[in-house]
Write a protein that binds this ligand. Structure first.
Ligand SMILES: Nc1ncnc2c1ncn2[C@@H]1O[C@H](COP(=O)(O)OP(=O)(O)OP(=O)(O)O)[C@@H](O)[C@H]1O
Ligand SMILES: [Mg+2]
Length: 253
């Protein structure tokens, strides 16, 4: 079985990249073949797995715009079984360049179709917008994971995201599903976090993952070392919860 999961929320800084890198690393450590796809011009997933963007020859931009074979952009990471299609700042131009391209919403789907069979999971880290790059991701994906930060205003903007999911289902990808809703950056010392959990559960019910990601300093340190939490500090709470999440995702296979 092979599954493509987009990690999406147009709200910035909610844990999309942290979840892409560490869920990907968790699944790979559990023996799955995983491809990360960085489709955010910020390229945080790319640097987060230790790739120097200055050394990248081909990135997701060249796949979307120049139609290069996806194999030519795939790189290995330090984790066995974890590959990546990187993003560089070059991708910032893609939103505008794609506007005049034929079947512009289908570019990523077409490319990932070529490599899908080589992987158990393909995880796409979306940018914080609902533009053409996120639309490409939702069109290519079997399902979407929505990370929600346990903070005030957590639910703000969600109806816009869900509306986009519905539009993609209607027009581009009828089989797109919501894989799950992930609560992130919980500060268990505050009542606010607990309130957000309750509110999100009321809204999404059984779609909310049992695993809740707490705030954990090691999770925020790992990217600056170009590492997933699993290689950076295997014994940390952050590593423990992302392993839990990987197992939970596998349990719904
Ligand atoms: N559970 C956590 N505990 C502590 N820090 C975290 C946690 N999750 C994420 N962070 C930190 O919060 C910041 C935002 O997280 P991240 O980059 O994963 O969000 P994002 O949704 O990908 O952001 P963007 O929308 O800019 O792409 C980062 O500095 C990250 O290291
Ligand atoms: Mg990000």
């Amino acid at each position: 079985m092979s599954k493509i999961i987009a990690i999406a929320n147009q709200k910035g800084g909610v844990g999309k990249t942290t979840t892409s890198v560490n869920l990907g690393a968790g699944l790979a450590t559990l023996g799955k073949r995983v491809l990360l796809v960085d489709i955010d011009p910020q390229g945080n997933t790319t640097s987060g797995v230790g790739i120097n963007k200055a050394d990248v020859e081909n990135c997701i931009y060249n796949i979307l715009i120049d139609d290069i074979p996806p194999h030519d952009a795939i790189l290995e990471t330090k984790i066995d079984g974890l590959n990546i299609i990187p993003a560089t700042i070059q991708l910032a131009g893609a939103e505008i360049e794609l506007v005049s391209t034929i079947s512009r919403e289908l570019r990523l789907k077409k490319a990932l179709g070529i490599v899908k069979q080589n992987y158990d999971y393909i995880i796409i880290d979306c940018p914080p917008s609902l533009g053409i790059l996120t639309i490409n991701s939702l069109t290519a994906a079997d399902s979407v994971i929505i990370p929600i930060q346990c903070e005030y205003y957590a639910l703000e903007g969600l109806s816009q995201l869900l509306n986009t999911v519905r539009l993609v289902q209607k027009n581009l990808n009828p089989h797109l599903q919501i894989e799950g809703v992930l609560l992130t950056m919980l500060d268990a010392r505050t009542n606010l976090g607990i309130q957000v959990i309750e509110e999100v559960k009321k809204y999404f019910q059984e779609k909310v993952y049992r695993t809740i990601i707490p705030r954990n300093i090691r999770l925020s340190e790992a990217p600056s070392h170009g590492q997933s939490i699993i290689t950076y500090d295997r014994r940390s709470k952050g590593a423990e919860v992302y392993y839990e999440l990987a197992k939970e995702v596998l349990s719904y296979e």
